[in-house]
Design a protein around this ligand. Structure first.
Ligand SMILES: [Zn+2]
Length: 161
């Protein structure tokens, strides 16, 4: 009998360890300032916004009207209005997605590792609601050398004088 209990305990520890690793990997349960149920997000966002922001989807390249947005202003998270990118840091990357070389502030976005394509990529999300925005790569222009490759559908633009 004690042997069975020991075996059960070992199995339990193993399961717990795996769950802990999985949670750390996904960076998942995190407390964001803006929290909504899945049903609320579905109601508040368009189908495309929901697919990208909540489902980590990607819009078709060259499909965003924000690609050609050249006015001075702020790009905000389409899900919660958080200020994420400034027009001054937007540039033409030629990828077909709105691209920026840095976030609006240090607290604008968060990152986590994404293995969706089988290799690690750095996923970028809104720091306030956790909504998926896009990815960041190391082939951007100076001064940062970073390319924030962002889905236009995950953003709204607010022009500023
Ligand atoms: Zn947000």
């Amino acid at each position: 009998m004690p042997r069975i209990i020991t075996a059960l305990f070992a199995a339990l520890c193993l399961c717990f360890g795996l769950v802990t690793i999985a949670m750390a990997e996904s960076g998942a349960p995190q407390a964001y300032e803006v929290q909504k149920t899945d049903a609320e997000w579905r109601t508040d966002l368009t189908a495309q916004q929901y697919n990208i922001l909540r489902g980590h989807g990607t819009e078709r390249p060259h499909s965003s009207s924000l690609l050609k947005e050249k006015r001075h202003g702020m790009f905000v998270c389409a899900a919660c209005g958080h200020e994420v990118f400034l027009s001054e840091t937007k540039y033409e990357s030629g990828t077909g997605w709105p691209s920026f070389y840095q976030p609006a502030s240090q607290s604008a976005v968060g990152t986590s590792t994404d293995y969706k394509l089988g290799y690690p990529r750095t996923e970028v999300h809104c720091a306030r609601c956790g909504g998926h925005l896009g990815h960041v790569f190391n082939d951007g222009p100076q001064p940062t050398g970073l390319r924030y490759c962002i889905n236009g559908a995950a953003l709204n633009f607010t022009p500023r004088p």
